[in-house]
Design a binder for this molecule. Structure first.
Ligand SMILES: [Cu+2]
Length: 246
């Protein structure tokens, strides 16, 4: 073999190793999209689209396709950037463990896809695959365990006699039309693996309900009709109407 051919073979191998890292990250993102849907029990269109696009990249991240790898890096960056509010929201709420862990997986997967995609495009030196995977796995295990611990130490409230009971399920309040007597209380049972809030803007009502927990609140509102929202980013359709009556 000539020197040139050796050089080409070496650079091909470097590219393939970077592509392997990018492919692993894309697979992690597909796993994230699937598990997110199983946990949520509803189709979440943006997650579905992101998962399908990552899945579509996987078969092409081989055979020296460096431009496809760059495309993966750009797509991963846009997907991350477009979801900053939701990412920050989930990652700052350790007590909602299922959502926290899935969000963490998506963040680590997307960052690794950016690193792998750019690395494959440049193909300068061997990828630090072992280091990247070790660091990502260590961060994932430590933070996931912390979140599970915090969630286990977050108590649910018990409903009190006379409380109006509400479910937060599949990113909806059930019922959506709620009637409470003046001075009455509400008890909300969150059946979802993601957090919700029961919020009435301008009235000082902002009850946080961690994933899979129940919380109660005595309402101190005058008789009237109020709009209820969930303040979690992306839950704009999770609304209700609260009638407080004498
Ligand atoms: Cu919500």
């Amino acid at each position: 073999m000539t020197e040139t051919m050796d050089g080409t073979a070496a650079s091909d191998r470097i590219t393939e190793n970077w592509l392997k890292l990018a492919r692993g990250a894309a697979i992690a993102m597909v796993v994230w999209a699937i598990v997110t849907h199983i946990t949520a029990r509803v189709i979440i269109p943006p997650v579905l689209v992101i998962g399908l696009i990552f899945a579509a990249f996987i078969p092409f991240l081989r055979d020296g396709r460096r431009r496809v790898a760059l495309g993966l890096a750009v797509f991963s960056f846009l997907a991350l950037a477009g979801n900053v509010p939701a990412l920050v929201d989930e990652l700052t709420h350790l007590s909602s463990a299922p959502a926290f862990i899935l969000t963490l997986l998506s963040l680590l997967g997307a960052v690794t896809a950016i690193v792998g995609g750019i690395g494959a495009f440049r193909s300068r030196s061997e990828p630090p695959t072992r280091r990247v995977v070790s660091v990502a796995a260590a961060v994932f295990v430590v933070l996931a365990a912390t979140s599970i611990g915090v969630a286990a130490n977050t108590d649910s409230d018990v409903a009190q006699a006379g409380d109006v009971e509400i479910l937060a399920e599949k990113v909806k309040f059930n019922p959506e039309d709620i009637t409470v007597s003046v001075g009455g209380g509400i008890w909300i049972d969150n059946k979802d693996g993601i957090r919700h809030t029961f919020t009435i803007e301008g009235e000082g009502v902002d009850l946080e309900i961690p994933a899979l927990k129940a919380k109660r609140l005595d309402l101190d509102l005058a008789a009237g009709t109020y709009d209820v929202i969930c303040g979690v980013p992306g839950h704009e359709n999770m609304t209700g109407t609260l009638v407080v009556e004498n």
